[in-house]
Design a protein around this ligand. Structure first.
Ligand SMILES: [Zn+2]
Length: 328
């Protein structure tokens, strides 16, 4: 009965969300041999229910990344992810990826961005869905290198690029190592979200917010931390929660300890997202159902949750109004 709820996905990685069919098409062009059976391919792309760690989770990105090697592949990939969203009645998606991880073999970051934008546009013309892209800077890269992402975002801001992000190994590379990148983004008026509190501390979240992040990816580590929660509430920080992914990477040991309800009742601007549709084997609809089954979300609260997402999105006001109209 709830499958027709209009949903919004603000935290969705391109490489971790390619459908097996899309991977088959891209692998063929790239000359990559894949397992013949669907089950075999699925196990290369998706974590097992017993996934033990973030490391195991990240291993699933190898194959999709190796398929993303041409302008056509990025265009096809973006279209594929948007089509999946449209298939579950997602009306708006912010798809993120790290151009610096793929800029190889003569492909520039600019070509990658333009290819993804073409795929996005094509999907917008084919389905009832709108989208924007978020460009990810990487924690392990020198800040000077990540400045290229700021430059790229500045060039395409408002033309399909809506923000930047910081992704990668949070424990080994604290956000403050990238301080200059986000100070520059703030100076240029480029909005940003930062993966924080996924596998590190509440301090990581506070640092990201103090740097000017408008949203936090995951934010799990602020559970039980009144100061961090107060800071996020006062600044109306969008919290991009991704329940299935958080359980798989062991950011949270079990659904029984998932802090969704705590954040919700604390008045945080909570949103629910997929993170990686294929690696996690999920959709926004499944995430909502999981929260409802766990007793964290009432069916009648879905609307409020999606209104939160529209509000927290990096879309322009016209698209936000369009979303709010669709949510009803
Ligand atoms: Zn993520």
């Amino acid at each position: 009965m709830k499958n027709n709820t209009a949903t919004i996905d603000l935290h969705c990685h391109l490489d971790g969300s390619l459908s097996p069919g899309c991977i088959r098409a891209l692998a063929k062009t790239a000359g990559i041999t894949l397992p013949v059976s669907e089950k075999g391919l699925r196990s290369c792309l998706q974590v097992e229910p017993g996934c033990r760690s973030l490391k195991e989770y990240l291993e699933k990105f190898g194959l999709p990344l190796s398929c993303l090697i041409s302008e056509e592949s990025f265009e096809t990939a973006a279209y594929d992810v948007m089509a999946q969203g449209a298939g579950e009645h997602t009306i708006y998606m912010e798809i993120r990826f790290a151009p610096l991880l793929s800029a190889a073999e003569g492909l520039t970051s600019r070509q990658i961005v333009e290819s993804v934008l073409r795929g996005l546009k094509k999907a917008e013309e084919s389905f009832q869905i709108k989208g924007n892209i978020i460009l990810c800077a990487m924690r392990h890269m020198p800040w000077e290198k990540n400045m290229e992402i700021v430059e790229l975002a500045r060039e395409y801001l408002g033309q399909g690029v809506c923000a930047i992000d910081l992704a990668g190994d949070e424990a080994a590379f604290p956000v403050l190592g990238q301080k200059r990148v986000f100070e520059e983004a703030a100076r240029l008026g480029i909005p940003f979200t930062i993966h924080a509190g996924e596998c590190s501390s509440a301090e990581s979240i506070q640092n990201a917010v103090e740097l000017g992040a408008k949203r936090i990816g995951h934010g799990i580590a602020m559970a039980g931390n009144k100061d961090a929660i107060r800071l996020c509430r006062q600044r109306e920080i969008g919290i991009e929660m991704c329940p299935t992914s958080n359980l798989q990477t062991k950011a949270v040991p079990s659904m029984g300890q998932y802090p969704f309800r705590e954040f919700w009742e604390e008045g945080l601007l909570v949103t629910v997202n997929t993170d990686n549709r294929t690696v996690s084997g999920t959709t926004v609809t499944q995430e909502l159902e999981a929260l409802e089954q766990a007793g964290y979300l009432l069916p009648e609260e879905r609307k409020q949750l999606m209104q939160n997402a529209a509000k927290a999105s990096f879309a322009d006001n016209a698209v936000k109004d369009w979303m709010l109209g669709k949510i009803g």
